[in-house]
Design a binder for this molecule. Structure first.
Ligand code: SF4
Length: 734
C-alpha cells in the first residue's frame, strides 16, 4: 500500500470519527449491551446456538435439493420461483414482473439483498417510483446514502441530523424536531405510498422449502404491509436463506432478535405462503365493497445466487452462508463501534462478516479496502448466533489478498531472502509486522544500538513512509539479554524434582522486550513449588497470522508443536504469559495444525494467572507470594476475555487481598500491530481514549494489564509504567 493510500484511508477514518462516530458508537454499544442482557437471561442460549448452526450446516449441504423442493412448493401455492445468476439477471426478471403488473410504484421493505443487486436503480431506469418503507432505509433514500449497518442502516445519523434532512427535503409547515414527529410523518407519508403501490417488494429472513413459506422478521410492521397490500409481491433473497421446514425455524426466531437488538423476539414475525389467500383491496375507492379475489394476487420469489453457490464450494467462505444478518458481529466489534459501516464495509455489506459477503458476491477487491479493520480479537465469534469464525474468514481473505499480485521473473530472488513463507510482493508493512520475531532477535542481539537506530528520526521517517509504521508510536525497546539467556545464565530452575513442571513459553515480546514479566513468572511459579523450564522456542505465529500470512503462521505452529511435544509427553504443563499466544494454542491452532497436535497443545497449555489460580486451588501456599497488597487499576485483554480467562486474574487478586478496580472497556484499541499502522493510528487512539479516561484519575493505583498491546496503549495514554499481573505477585524477598 502506498503512503498516499494510507493517508487517504487515515483521512476517511478521521472524517467518519468526527461525523458519524458518536452516533454509531451510541447505537452499536447499546445493541451490544442489550444483547449481553438478552443472552444472559436465555438459559438455553448455547444449546439453541448449536442447533441453529447444525441446521444451517445441513441446509447449505443440501442446498440444491432444497431449491428444487422449494420450487415445487412455491408453484403448488401458485407463485413463481426464479433463480437469478447475478444482479443483472435478477434485475431483468424483476423489471419484467413490474412491467407486466403495469407497475408505476414499488414499495419495498428493508432488504440487504436488494441493496446488493441495486434493484432501485434498475427500476428507476424504467421510470418506476421506488419507495423504501423501512424508516432507516427511507432516511437513506432521502439522504442518497448507503446503509452503514446490516440491521440499523441509518444508525450513523442522529435524530437532529434526520430532522435537518427531512426539514430541508420535505419543507414541512412546522419543522420536525423530535423522533416521534419524524416517525409519525414517515408512517403517514409511506402509508400513502404503500396504499398506492402496484408492487410490493420484500426480502425474506428465512424461506421454508417444504411449504414455500417466507418469514419476515421486523420491528416496524412495514414489511407485511408491502407483502400483502399491493396485488403483486416480489420477495428477493439470497439462495442461502432456505431452511428445510417449519420445524427448523424455531432456533433462528429465538436467536435473531436477541443477537440483533437484544429483544427476546422482534415486534413482528410474519410467516406467509404467498400468494396469500386474501382478497385484494382497492384503496382508490375506499368506500367501494368491490374487493378483488386472491386470484388477482401474484407472487414471485427471486433467489439470488450472485456468487453464493461458488461460496458453497469454497471451504473457507462457505461458513459465510450460515449468516443470518443479525449485525451482532458489527455491534460487538470495537473498531466498528467507532467508525461504522461506511469505513468497515464494502459495496453492500458491513461489519466483520462483510469480508466474507463482499468477497463472495462482489469480489475480493471489495473486501480489500476494509479487511484490515478486523484485528482478530475474536469477540464477534462469541457474539455470532451461528458460531461463524469471522476472524478466520478475515484472515483467509487477507491471505488471498497478499497473494493477489502478478509474479515477476525476479520474485524468486526476494523469496529466498525473506524470513517467511510468503510471496515476494507482499506489502512491506505486512511483512515488517509479520516477521517481527526476526526483527526482535536481531534487535536484541544488537541492543542498545538497535534501539537507538530505530528511535532516530531518519529511520522513523523511512519506516513511516515505506512501511506505514506511525512515528507517533514509540517502538518497543529490545533487551540485550533475552529471557531465555537470563534463565540459562541463572542455571535454570531453582526448584528441582517438583511434583509439577511448567514450560514457560517465551513469547516474542516476553523474550526480547518485556523480559521482566518473564522473570516474574519464573519467580512466582518457583515460589509455588513448580519446576520451570524455558526452552528456546519460536514465536507462536500470532504476528504473521495477524497479517494474513497463513503459510508462515502454519510453519511456526508446526515448529512450536514439535518442540513442545516431548515436554507435554513428559507431563509438563505449558504456561503462557501473552493472552494472544494462549489464544493461538487454544483457538487458532485448530486451523493450522492436525487435530491431534492442536488437542495436545490446547489441553495442556494455561494462561499464567489461570495456572497460578489452579496451583492455589490445589493447595499451593498463597503466603509465599507478595504481601504488598497495593491498589490496582486492571485492564484485561480481548482474547483473554473471549477465552473466559480474565476471571482467573481477578480471582487471584481477590484471593491475595488486592484492592482492584477493573476497567469495563472491552478493547484498548491497540490490537497488536494495528495501533502502529499510520492509517489506523487515530482510530486506535480514539478507541483507547475511553480506557485512558477510565484510568486517568487512578493515579494512586498501579496500572496493570495482561496483554502486550494493552500495556503499550496504556503506557502511551497515561504516560505511566504498566505492570503485568504476574509482576505484582513476585515474593517480597526475590
Ligand atoms: S456473521 Fe454472525 S453475528 Fe455477524 S451478522 Fe452474520 S449471523 Fe450475525
Amino acid at each position: 500500500m502506498s503512503s498516499d493510500t494510507r493517508r487517504r484511508k487515515a483521512a476517511k477514518i478521521r472524517h467518519l470519527l468526527e461525523t458519524e462516530g458518536e452516533s454509531v458508537r451510541e447505537n452499536t454499544t447499546h445493541f451490544n449491551e442489550e444483547r449481553y442482557d438478552a443472552v444472559e437471561g436465555f438459559d438455553d442460549y448455547e444449546a439453541v446456538r448449536a442447533e441453529a448452526r447444525s441446521i444451517k450446516e445441513n441446509a447449505i449441504e443440501r442446498l440444491p435439493e432444497l431449491v428444487e423442493r422449494l420450487r415445487d412448493s412455491i408453484e403448488e401455492n401458485g407463485g413463481d420461483l426464479y433463480i437469478a445468476d447475478d444482479a443483472a439477471d435478477a434485475n431483468a426478471y424483476i423489471r419484467e414482473v413490474v412491467g407486466e403488473a403495469s407497475g408505476d410504484t414499488v414499495v419495498k421493505s428493508k432488504s440487504m439483498t436488494t441493496e446488493e443487486i441495486e434493484v432501485n436503480e434498475a427500476l428507476e431506469a424504467d421510470d418506476v417510483d421506488v419507495w423504501e418503507t423501512d424508516l432507516g432505509e427511507f432516511v437513506l433514500q432521502v439522504a442518497d446514502e448507503a446503509p452503514s449497518h446490516l440491521v440499523g442502516p441509518s444508525l450513523h445519523r442522529t435524530t437532529d441530523d434526520v430532522a435537518d434532512l427531512f426539514n430541508r427535503y420535505f419543507d414541512p409547515d412546522e419543522p420536525f424536531e423530535t423522533a416521534e414527529q419524524l416517525t409519525e410523518f414517515a408512517r403517514d407519508y409511506l402509508g400513502d405510498r404503500i396504499r398506492a403501490a402496484d408492487v410490493g417488494m420484500t426480502g425474506a429472513n428465512f424461506v421454508l422449502a417444504d411449504s414455500g413459506t417466507i418469514t419476515l422478521v421486523t420491528n416496524e410492521g412495514n414489511a407485511r404491509k408491502c407483502a400483502v397490500t399491493p396485488d403483486t409481491h416480489i420477495a428477493v433473497t439470497g439462495v442461502e436463506k432456505i431452511l428445510p421446514s417449519l420445524s427448523d425455524l424455531g432456533p433462528f426466531i429465538e436467536l435473531i432478535a436477541r443477537s440483533a437488538t437484544g429483544q427476546d423476539i422482534s415486534q413482528y414475525v410474519s410467516l406467509f405462503s404467498p400468494p396469500t389467500a386474501s382478497p385484494t383491496l382497492d384503496f382508490e375507492n375506499p368506500e367501494s365493497s368491490a374487493f378483488g379475489t386472491d386470484e388477482d394476487r401474484s407472487f414471485h420469489l427471486v433467489l439470488i445466487d450472485n456468487g453464493r453457490l461458488a461460496m458453497r464450494e469454497d471451504e473457507e467462505l462457505r461458513e459465510t452462508l450460515y449468516c443470518i444478518r443479525c449485525g451482532a458481529c458489527a455491534n460487538s466489534c470495537a473498531n466498528f463501534q467507532h467508525v461504522g459501516g461506511h469505513a468497515f464495509g464494502g459495496e453492500t455489506y458491513t461489519g466483520g462478516i462483510a469480508t466474507g459477503w463482499e468477497t463472495g458476491v462482489h469480489g475480493i477487491e471489495s473486501a480489500a479496502e476494509f479487511n484490515d479493520l478486523c484485528t482478530g480479537c475474536s469477540r464477534c465469534v462469541t457474539a455470532c448466533p451461528v458460531k461463524i469464525d469471522i476472524p478466520w474468514i478475515n484472515t483467509v481473505v487477507r491471505d488471498r489478498l497478499n497473494h493477489d499480485h502478478d509474479r515477476s521473473k525476479f520474485d524468486f530472488l526476494v523469496e529466498g531472502l525473506t524470513p517467511d513463507e510468503e510471496p515476494a510482493r507482499l506489502d512491506l508493512q505486512k511483512r515488517a509486522f509479520g516477521t517481527f520475531e526476526t526483527m526482535a532477535k536481531v534487535g536484541s542481539k544488537t541492543a542498545p544500538v538497535s534501539n537507538w537506530v530505530l528511535a532516530s528520526s531518519p529511520v522513523r521517517n523511512i519506516m513511516d513512509r515505506f512501511m506505514g509504521i506511525d512515528q507517533r508510536r514509540e517502538l518497543p525497546s529490545f533487551r540485550r539479554e533475552s529471557l531465555v539467556d537470563w534463565f540459562e545464565a541463572r542455571g535454570g530452575s531453582k526448584v528441582r524434582n517438583a511434583d509439577r513442571t511448567a514450560v514457560l513459553y517465551p513469547d516474542v515480546y516476553t523474550n526480547y522486550v518485556l523480559v521482566e514479566r518473564g522473570k516474574a513468572a519464573v519467580n512466582v511459579l518457583e515460589s509455588l513449588g513448580v519446576e520451570v523450564r524455558i526452552p528456546d522456542i519460536p514465536g507462536s505465529g500470532r504476528a504473521p497470522l495477524s497479517q494474513g500470512m497463513i503459510d508462515t503462521a502454519e510453519s511456526k505452529a508446526r515448529q512450536v508443536s514439535d518442540r513442545l511435544r516431548s515436554d507435554i509427553d513428559a507431563g509438563a504443563d505449558i504456561v503462557v504469559i501473552e493472552p494472544s499466544d494462549i489464544a493461538m494454542f487454544r483457538r487458532d491452532y485448530e486451523k493450522l495444525l492436525p487435530a491431534s497436535a492442536f488437542e495436545m497443545l490446547s489441553e495442556n497449555s494455561y494462561e499464567v494467572l489461570e495456572y497460578v489460580f489452579g496451583l492455589l486451588e490445589n493447595g499451593a501456599d498463597a503466603d509465599s507470594l507478595s504481601s504488598q497488597h497495593s491498589r490496582l487499576a486492571y485492564h484485561s485483554h480481548c482474547q483473554q476475555r473471549t477465552l473466559g480467562l480474565d476471571a482467573y486474574t481477578e480471582a487471584v487478586f481477590d484471593r491475595l487481598g488486592y484492592d482492584v478496580i477493573t476497567s469495563d472497556v472491552e478493547c484498548c484499541g491497540m490490537a497488536g500491530s494495528f495501533g502502529y499502522k499510520s492509517e489506523y493510528y487515530e482510530l486506535s487512539m480514539d478507541l483507547g481514549s475511553t480506557l485512558g479516561e477510565q484510568f486517568a484519575d487512578k493515579t494512586d493505583r498501579t496500572i496493570v494489564a495482561s496483554g502486550t498491546s494493552c500495556t503499550e496503549q496504556l503506557a502511551d495514554l497515561l504516560a505511566s509504567d504498566v505492570k503485568h499481573p504476574i509482576e505484582l505477585l513476585v515474593p517480597d524477598e526475590r
